[in-house]
Design a binder for this molecule. Structure first.
Ligand code: DX5
Ligand code: ZN
Length: 226
């Protein structure tokens, strides 16, 4: 996984058919997804509950690109090895999930994965200042985490601040929540390079009609490359 700052689309399988993950993952990748975003929720850190390590491990053989696992769980550290074993390429933990984010990032790196840190909308850019030499990705939440299909919360200023703090470091800026052709352009302009999108990619399509997934991703790409 060589670092580059080209813009990548990472469909969130939170918006996929939960009875058909393998086919859904293959469909979005066939249609041009750059990464596959996997939302893990624990019903405690966030009000919703999705899936855990055995399910994520079952997704792995279907993912040919990058498996980007977003943990919305607390505590985190005791599960890191299970997600390494499940085959996560990128493992992202929330800074709000516990008092020891530095230790969590160290443990994710030690387990052989790229490490991400996610920031809820209420958490400032400066909170990651002292992590920038050790992380691979900062995820800027543009909704309060827990559900797909929520209204976008504008965090363009935070993205711009992070982009300037990051400088030449090989750190991705990922956006998660409410990304669509309307919201994507200003985020990319501010410095984001990984766009997570759930509803905007999956809406109107299915594994029997996957072309729509491709059209939805193209619409997002066109919005910022125009
Ligand atoms: C929110 C999740 C997101 C979500 C995005 O808690 O982390 O990844 O699925 O969904 P949309 O794109 O529908 O806002
Ligand atoms: Zn997510």
């Amino acid at each position: 996984m060589a670092f580059d700052r080209s813009v990548k689309i990472a469909p969130s399988i939170l918006s996929a058919d939960f009875a058909n993950f393998g086919a859904e993952i293959r469909a979005i990748e066939d249609q041009g997804a750059d990464w596959v975003h996997v939302d893990v929720m624990d019903g405690h850190f966030v009000p919703n509950l999705t899936f855990g390590p055995p399910a994520v491990k079952a997704f792995r053989p279907h993912v040919k690109t990058v498996m980007d696992v977003h943990l919305m769980i607390a505590p985190v550290d005791q599960y890191i090895d299970a997600y390494a074993d499940a085959g996560a390429d990128v493992l992202t933990a929330h800074i709000e999930a516990g008092p020891h984010i530095h230790r969590t990032v160290q443990a994710i790196k030690a387990a052989g994965m790229k490490a991400g840190v996610a920031l809820n909308p209420g958490t400032p850019a400066e909170s990651v200042q002292h992590l920038l030499d050790m992380v691979d990705l900062i995820c800027v939440m543009t909704v309060n985490p827990g559900f797909g299909g929520q209204k976008f919360i504008d965090m363009t200023d935070k993205v711009r601040a992070l982009r300037s703090m990051i400088g030449d470091r090989p750190v991705h800026i990922e956006i998660d929540g409410g990304v669509d052709p309307k919201t994507a352009p200003k985020l990319v302009e501010a410095g984001a390079d990984v766009l997570v999108a759930g509803s905007a990619v999956f809406k109107g399509g299915s594994v029997d009609n996957p072309v729509v997934y491709g059209q939805n991703m193209d619409a997002i790409r066109k919005s910022f490359s125009a």
